[in-house]
Design a protein around this ligand. Structure first.
Ligand code: NAD
Length: 498
C-alpha cells in the first residue's frame, strides 16, 4: 500500500497530523494509497521552507531558472510512461488520455522557458527633462496553487511552471483524490536541479486550504475546482489581501447550425461529451441543435454511437473512456439522471446499469443521452460532471445564442457551422471565455490564456500565457534623474513632464 506524505524542503516527509484519506484505484475500486491530510502547523512549516529558499531563487538569473525547467521537462519526458500509469490508476482516465493530460501541462512549462523575455520591463529614455522612466517585474515571494482531481498533471503544471520561472517559491495543494503525480513531479523538480523549498507539495483537505488562505506569507493563490469552493477561496483570499484567481465549474454548450457537417459534428460531440467520462471542465454537456430537422438528425445519429461507447479499465488502450474518480461521483451523476427523468426530459440512452465485466467493483458508468431538455431543468442549470449529454432544441440561431449567454456558467462554448458570418457573429457576441468554431474543446494553446467568464472564473487575470507572468509578478516603475540632469529648484506643485 502506497503512503503519501508531503514534499517539503526538497524531500518527502511523513504526515504528522494523524489524519489521512484513501486514494482509490477507480478501475477496480481498490484502495491504492493513503494520503496524509496536513494540519495548519505542517502548512506553516512548508511556507517557512519556501520563504527561506525564495530570495536566492529570485536572485538566480532568469536564464538559469529556465534551464532548471528545461531539465525538468526532459525528466517528465523520460518518466512519461510512469507518470501516465500513476495518473490513470488514481484518476481513472485511460493511459492515452493521461498522456494528453501530461502533455497539456508540459506545453505550459515550455512556454515558461521564455521567462527571460517574458519578464522584461519597459524603458523610456527622456520621459522628461533629464528623466528616464522604466519598469521591472519582480516575483511575489511565496505563492500557492490549489488544484482539482480531474487534471492532476496539467493543472499543477499550469500553476507551478510560470510561478517558479518568475522566481517565486510554490506551495501546491493538489486534490487529495489523486496526489501521486504531483508528488512525483516534485521529486523530478529536485532531480532537475531545482533548489529545495522552491516546489513544495502539501497534501490535505479544507484544513490545509484554510491554512493557505490565512497564512500572511502566501502572497497569491491560484485555484481550480468547483464554483462553490472557487467563490469561497476568492472571497476569503481577497479579504486577507492576497492576489487570487479562481477557475470554477462549467456547462459548455455546442450550437449545431443546420448547415454543419454532421459527420464532423457527431464525432466532435462524442469525444467532447464522453471523453474522460465527462470529467473535464471543457467537456460539452449541452448540445443545441438549431431547427427541428437538425435536432432529429442529431439524435438519430447520436443514439447508436452512445450505445456503442467502449468503456474499459484505464489500462485498456482501446477504451473510449474509463471509470469515474470515485463511487460517490458515480452515485451523484446517476442521481442527476434520475432528476432529469423526473423533470420530464427524455432519456434516450440509459447507461446507469452498465457493469464492467471482470471489474465489478470499479467506478463505471455508461453513457447517457437526454433529448427534450429545457432551460428550467436542474440537469440543464447545474454541472453534472459525468458521461451525460443533454440536448436542448432551439428553433433559431438567436435562441441558441441566448441559451449560451443566459447560462450562469461561461467557461467554454462551440459552434458547428459552414457559415462564416454565423461563426463570426457567434464568436463576437457569446458571453463565454473560450470559443471553438468547429472545434469542440477549445482549450487555448499555452501561449494564449485560459479562463472562463461569469461563474466559471473569478479574478482579473487568466491562467497560462502572458497573464500567468502578470499574475505571478508585481510591476515596479522607476522614474530617475541623475545630478547632471536639469536642475529646476524646489517645486511645490505636482510634478509634470511639461
Ligand atoms: P473541488 O472544488 O471539490 O476541489 C478542488 C480543490 O479544492 C481540491 O484541492 C480540494 O481539496 C479543495 N477543496 C474541496 N472542498 C473544499 C472546501 N470545502 N474548502 C476548501 N477547499 C476545498 O473540485 P474537484 O471535484 O476536485 O474538481 C472538479 C471541478 O473542478 C469541476 O467543477 C470542474 O468544472 C472544475 N474544473 C474547472 C477548471 C477550469 O479551469 N475552470 C478546470 C478543471 C476543473
Amino acid at each position: 500500500m502506497i503512503s503519501y506524505g508531503h514534499f517539503i524542503g526538497g524531500k518527502n516527509v511523513a504526515g504528522k497530523s494523524g489524519r489521512t484519506a484513501e486514494v482509490f484505484q477507480p478501475m477496480d475500486g481498490t484502495v491504492r494509497a493513503h494520503v496524509a491530510l496536513a494540519s495548519k502547523a505542517e502548512l506553516t512549516e512548508a511556507v517557512a521552507n519556501a520563504k527561506a529558499a525564495q530570495p536566492d531563487w529570485a536572485a538566480t538569473n532568469p536564464q538559469r531558472r529556465a534551464r532548471v525547467l528545461m531539465k525538468f521537462l526532459d525528466l517528465i519526458a523520460r518518466n512519461n510512461d510512469e507518470l501516465a500509469d500513476i495518473l490513470a490508476r488514481e484518476h481513472g482516465k485511460t493511459v492515452a488520455d493521461a498522456k494528453g493530460d501530461i502533455q497539456r501541462g508540459v506545453e505550459v512549462v515550455e512556454f515558461a522557458l521564455g521567462v527571460p523575455h517574458l519578464m522584461k520591463g519597459e524603458y523610456t529614455d527622456g520621459a522628461g527633462p533629464g528623466i528616464d522612466s522604466y519598469s521591472m517585474r519582480q516575483p511575489l515571494g511565496v505563492v500557492a496553487g490549489i488544484t482539482p482531481f480531474n487534471f492532476p498533471a496539467m493543472i499543477p503544471l499550469w500553476k507551478l511552471a510560470p510561478a517558479i520561472a518568475c522566481g517565486n517559491a510554490f506551495i501546491l495543494k493538489p486534490s487529495e483524490r489523486d496526489p501521486g503525480v504531483p508528488m512525483r513531479l516534485a521529486e523530478l523538480f529536485i532531480e532537475a536541479g531545482g533548489p529545495p523549498g522552491i516546489l513544495n507539495v502539501v497534501n490535505g483537505d479544507k484544513e490545509a486550504v484554510d491554512a493557505i488562505l490565512d497564512d500572511p506569507d502566501i502572497k497569491a493563490i491560484g485555484f481550480v475546482g468547483s464554483t462553490p469552493i472557487a467563490e469561497y477561496i476568492y472571497a476569503r483570499g481577497c479579504a486577507t489581501g492576497k492576489r487570487v484567481q479562481c477557475f470554477g465549474g462549467a456547462k459548455n454548450h455546442m450550437v449545431i447550425m443546420p448547415d454543419a457537417d454532421m459527420d464532423q459534428t457527431v464525432d466532435a460531440l462524442m469525444g467532447a461529451g464522453y471523453g474522460s467520462a465527462g470529467e473535464r471542465c471543457m467537456a460539452i454537456s449541452v448540445a443545441v441543435p438549431v431547427g427541428k430537422a437538425t435536432a432529429d438528425e442529431l439524435i438519430k445519429r447520436l443514439i447508436p454511437r452512445v450505445e456503442a461507447l467502449k468503456i474499459g479499465p484505464s489500462t485498456d488502450s482501446g477504451a473510449d473512456y474509463g471509470p469515474m474518480v470515485t463511487q460517490a461521483q458515480v452515485d451523484k451523476v446517476k442521481s442527476y439522471v434520475d432528476i432529469g427523468i423526473k423533470e420530464g426530459a427524455k432519456l434516450v440512452v440509459d447507461g446507469r446499469g452498465f457493469k464492467m465485466q471482470g471489474y465489478e467493483n470499479g467506478f463505471y458508468m455508461g453513457g447517457c443521452l437526454f433529448d427534450g431538455v429545457t432551460k428550467d431543468m436542474r440537469i440543464y442549470k447545474e454541472e453534472i460532471f459525468g458521461p451525460v449529454l443533454a440536448v436542448v432544441r432551439a428553433t433559431n440561431y438567436s435562441e441558441a445564442l441566448g441559451l449560451c449567454n443566459d447560462h450562469e456558467y461561461g467557461n467554454g462554448v462551440a459552434i458547428f457551422t459552414r457559415d462564416g458570418d454565423a461563426a463570426r457573429d457567434f464568436a463576437s457576441k457569446v458571453q463565454v471565455g473560450m470559443v471553438g468554431v468547429n472545434i469542440p474543446i477549445p482549450v487555448p494553446v499555452s501561449y494564449y490564456t485560459f479562463g472562463g467568464w461569469k461563474r466559471s472564473g473569478f479574478g482579473d487575470l487568466n491562467q497560462h500565457g502572458p497573464d500567468s507572468i502578470r499574475f505571478y509578478t508585481k510591476t515596479k516603475t522607476i522614474t530617475s534623474r541623475w545630478p547632471s540632469g536639469v536642475k529646476d529648484g524646489a517645486n511645490f506643485n505636482i510634478p509634470t513632464m511639461g
